[in-house]
Design a protein around this ligand. Sequence first.
Ligand code: RIB
Length: 311
Amino acid sequence: MVLVAGSANLDFVVRAPHIPAPGETVLGGAFQTFAGGKGANQALACARAGGVATHMLLALGEDAFAAPIEASLRSAGVTLHTVRPSGVATGTAFICVDDQGENAITVAPGANACLQAAHLPALQGLSHLLLQLEIPLPTVAAYALAAQAAGLRVVLNAAPAQALSPALLAAVDLLVVNEGELRTLAGNQGSVAQCLARLPCPAVVVTLGARGCVAREGDIFHAQTSFHVPVVDTTGAGDTFCGALVAALASQHTMAHALRQASAAAALACTQMGAQSSVPQAADVAAFLTQASQANEAEALLALRQFAGLP
Ligand code: RIB
């Protein structure tokens, strides 16, 4: 059983030809709302990946923005542990998606900022705790330390990027980052592999966009190339990766298998608009993997390993 403790937002999304530069106004298309938030997206992705029961600790306001988030999570079978601070709005995110599917996001944390150490539910029966950095950092650290003491595997998606204390990193069994987050934590010197080796966590996964992803488990490295899909919106793809990865690991699969499942789920998440709306069902990932032919896979794998500086 997996517990995700983190943020939940209602995403306000506009598509535009390009993301506006500072001081620029861009005319976009129709405005849409989607259930989002890194924590909630990852909980939903874990539940949809299947094989493991998923719980989520989240904080929502007493307002109309909370209902679509709760409905989305419940429809995927996530068991909710909801904190409702009074007089605080549900978290919101303001997202511009460009014609290449890339995005720029500003988050108003609202109720997410009210999650505190005391809100952590009982940990009995849980195997994994999955955390992100959209709730207060002291709360993340308190949850990680409590979970470590209770014998859970602690997984931290260190997004959005920020510096982390040695005490928090020491409580993390598996760190998941993108390349920017990796360099924030490990410094800018050297290859991706050298950055992975500098981090104290037993296992680290770095996602490298269209190149794929690389993991270090102890001193063993894994590389997984990406699956090519028509990209509509990359919002939530990283969250889908994290949720699917933890679902596979909590189901006792190997890291190599989990990386492949997570990469396929994340690729499919890029083919639809929105965050939670784009997270694929397990059956869709399975069907995609049986058909997926990774053209030039051997060359792509070699290029990925060279890019990352893998031994
Ligand atoms: O990672 C994507 C998410 O970041 C969005 O759903 C948005 O809510 C922000 O939290």
